[in-house]
Design a protein around this ligand. Structure first.
Ligand SMILES: Cc1cc2nc3c(=O)[nH]c(=O)nc-3n(C[C@H](O)[C@H](O)[C@H](O)COP(=O)(O)OP(=O)(O)OC[C@H]3O[C@@H](n4cnc5c(N)ncnc54)[C@H](O)[C@@H]3O)c2cc1C
Length: 367
């Protein structure tokens, strides 16, 4: 009952350490948990190796249910609580405060992701000078998946929350749900016709407004997108928010409340550290993004409620978003055709092939 019937925190803690949640009778009585997970004389008897008993007084009817547990850890605000007589390790303190302190380093991480057309399927419209996505299938930008994986690894290590954020049309929604199936805790799509046609300046402005509304300690982005590849949006977001920007991260760690980034530079790397809040853009291919979890995917597709925010939800200045808020114009668009090649197939025995190759190389080097 130390939870007052709210098991959100306990469930989260259990999920982190791979434990199962069981309850005292009053919680089962009030319907906070099913009757079949009630411990005690009228419930079941635990036989686990470890039980962490949080906010249970230690009434006789309850403790009979933990008699066969090898190790009992208890957390209770009352130092005289009977439960301590039946515990191996006793923590006098507030469940909520202790848990928060244990996760003191934890960060709220926003990962900016974009849905991009498969680049090999994209065509260009020379008249409108825009990318014609209509014939192309879409996917999550690869470097953004690396950013999400980095965020999930940090969350696994120190706790916190991972929220994915994207700006784009409503067809992005299943891709954001895929991020949730991979492990993100929440997803926000900012979607409004007034955002259409934005360049990096207008995009970063709109994303920054959404980031302020969500709240954050750390923002992760992919280093650049496959469809436009400027790499400008991450530093621009940092600029709008007035926070440090660290680019081309090949790994990110959080130690003693500091964000420690290994970043790639020419012929090597450097280690950079920053206090949160900060923005880090993650190098393409710097990790192996996990696959979506099958059970989580079903939940994300069927039950998870994605947040969709419009321009008015964000209270943006309309002259800073979309086409009208953009600072760049495409003057010319040129599709480069691949260089013409001879395509000469060299056949024959190994000796003949080697001789022909040697002849070609010699000719290339001498002419
Ligand atoms: C016939 C019969 C059968 C019963 N069978 C069972 C049974 O099978 N199982 C069972 O559990 N009960 C059973 N009961 C009920 C049992 O007697 C107790 O009433 C019950 O176990 C008390 O539950 P509790 O410790 O969760 O609640 P409470 O008595 O309300 O105690 C809450 C405890 O949480 C602590 N606390 C509060 N807030 C915090 C916080 N933020 N952080 C840390 N600690 C906090 C308080 O100091 C307190 O010690 C039965 C009763 C009867 C009459």
């Amino acid at each position: 009952m130390g939870t007052g019937g709210d098991l959100t925190l306990v469930n989260k803690l259990a999920e982190k350490i791979g434990a199962e949640v069981a309850v005292t009778r009053p919680l089962a009585d009030m319907g906070a948990a099913p009757r079949d997970v009630q411990i005690g004389s009228t419930g079941y008897s635990l036989k686990s190796r470890l039980a962490i008993v949080v906010g249970a007084s230690g009434a006789t009817h309850f403790v009979s249910g933990i008699r066969n547990v090898k190790t009992v850890i208890s957390i209770n605000t009352d130092k005289n609580a009977p439960i301590f007589q039946f515990s191996d390790y006793c923590v006098v303190g507030d469940l909520f405060k202790n848990y928060t302190e244990a996760g003191g380093d934890s960060l709220k991480i926003i990962v900016c992701v974009k849905v991009v057309p498969k680049i090999e399927e994209v065509r260009f419209n020379p008249e409108t000078k825009t990318v014609d996505r209509s014939g192309a299938s879409n996917e999550l930008n690869e470097a953004d998946k690396n950013a999400l994986e980095a965020a999930l690894q940090i969350e696994q290590k120190i706790g916190g929350e991972v929220v994915v954020l994207s700006m784009g049309p409503r067809f992005f929604e299943p891709f954001l749900k895929l991020c949730v199936a991979m492990g993100a805790d929440d997803a926000v799509l900012i979607s409004d016709p007034v955002f259409a046609g934005a360049d990096t300046y207008a995009t970063s402005y709109a994303l920054a407004q959404a980031i302020k509304k969500i709240g954050f300690d750390l923002i992760l982005c992919g280093e650049s997108t496959a469809d436009s590849g400027t790499g400008q949006v991450p530093p621009q977001i940092a600029e709008w928010l007035g926070i440090p920007n660290i680019s081309y991260a090949s790994s990110i760690d959080v130690l003693g409340g500091k964000i420690i980034v290994k970043r790639t530079i020419r012929n090597g790397y450097e280690i950079v550290e920053s206090e949160p809040p900060a923005l880090v853009s993650v190098e393409l291919g710097s990790n192996t993004p996990r696959s979506p979890d099958f059970k989580r995917k079903r939940w994300a597709d069927r039950e998870f409620q994605l947040k969709v925010w419009t321009a008015s939800d964000l209270g943006v200045e309309l002259d800073k978003v979309g086409r009208s808020g953009s600072k760049t114009d495409v003057i010319e668009l040129k599709e480069l055709s691949p260089a013409e090649r001879r395509r000469e197939i060299i056949t024959g025995s190994e000796e003949e092939t080697a001789a022909r190759l040697a002849e070609i190389i010699r000719a290339e080097l001498t002419t």
